[in-house]
Design a protein around this ligand. Structure first.
Ligand code: GLY
Length: 341
């Protein structure tokens, strides 16, 4: 087990990489515990958590609404949860977003921790303290930044994940490589087969590396004033695609990364060969590469992006593989770019 520390404004967050979920009692405080989980996770791990008080939500993004989380608050009031309780979110990104948001807001804030059960959660969503919910179809537009006391990232939990869920996490790992780490990019290229087959050695390596990259970024810029924005590489188009299509997060971000790389090529930051390398790695992991969506709908969705201000957006471009930059781009220019492709 390795512990990666994120130093949050209010508290430190321990990311417990390769820690077994069976050791959960070593990390829980000596107080009343409330588990928030979803029905899928509850089905798999019912035995492990049978002695805890639990609130079980429906799986999927549709739960990240005020209507659904109001039901959780109501249940908490009914149970008698007060500020001395500790919330344990057990699940993927949707559960940890909801559990984090509720922990940050119920009675002005309770301590909380996570057991992260998806690859996307372990390397991104559950770490770094962003806890968002959706509103009017706009992703994560309402949220808090508050660090969990700990996040358990147990690779054994990934064994039950469908392949599509693994790939959505891999898309974000490719993102880390593209924006910060050429060595990781090379490693991914050299071990595609082993990673897709969930080989423990390679998977542990890329999970650990991704968590370290994210922790470094968050330690420098918890509140996304500058560097943390780079984690949004591929996400401007990605969030728009996710909103208007049935692609999941990683699939949408994959297409978003291709578009952002094409734009980086157009602005003269990367060359054709870099662009081809980006395309190739995304394609070889079996993630989608083609933009087949309505251009107007895409731009309309971008206009609602929370990173937009006035008529421009802080867009993340590649300077080279392993390096990203932030550039303010007018949304009208993104519109023209889409028209041209
Ligand atoms: N998922 C991007 C971030 O946490 O900043």
């Amino acid at each position: 087990m390795e512990t990666v520390i994120i130093q949050g404004k209010l508290n430190d967050s321990k990311i417990l990489v390769n820690e077994s979920v069976n050791n959960i009692s070593d990390h829980l405080p000596d107080s009343q515990i409330l588990i928030i989980t979803d029905s899928n996770v509850n089905h798999y791990y019912a035995d492990l958590f049978k002695d805890f008080i639990k609130i079980v939500i429906s799986p999927g993004e549709a739960s990240k609404t005020f209507t659904e989380i109001s039901k959780v608050y109501a249940e908490m009031v009914h149970i008698g949860v007060d500020r001395s309780w500790f919330i344990l979110g057990v699940g993927g990104g949707v559960v940890t977003d909801i559990a984090g948001f509720i922990s940050a807001t119920y009675m002005r804030g309770l301590n909380f921790g996570f057991i992260s059960t998806s690859l996307l959660g372990q390397i991104d969503a559950s770490i770094g303290g962003k806890n968002g919910i959706n509103f009017n179809g706009i992703k994560n537009i309402i949220g808090t930044i508050r660090q969990p006391e700990f996040v358990i990232c147990d690779p054994e939990l990934l064994n039950t994940l469908p392949e599509r869920e693994i790939k959505t996490g891999i898309a974000e790992i490719i993102k880390y490589a593209l924006i910060t780490d050429h060595q990781l990019f090379q490693y991914l290229n050299d071990h595609i087969k082993q990673i897709v087959q969930l080989n423990k050695t390679q998977l542990s390596h890329i999970i650990q590396r991704s968590i370290t990259i994210k922790a470094n970024v968050v330690n420098h810029d918890e509140h996304e004033i500058s560097e943390r924005k780079k984690l949004n590489f591929g996400h401007t188009f990605g969030h728009a695609i996710e909103r208007i299509s049935s692609n999941n997060h990683g699939e949408s971000v994959s297409i978003g990364m291709i578009l952002a790389s094409k734009l980086s090529l157009k602005y003269g930051y990367i060359d054709e060969e870099d662009y081809r390398e980006v395309f190739k790695i995304i394609n070889q992991f079996g993630l989608p590469t083609d933009f087949l969506f309505d251009k107007k709908q895409t731009i309309d969705a971008i206009k609602q992006d929370k990173k937009r201000s006035d008529h421009q957006i802080d867009f993340i471009l590649l300077e080279k593989i392993g390096n990203a930059l932030i550039k303010k781009i007018p949304i009208a220019d993104l519109d023209l770019f889409l028209e041209d492709i």
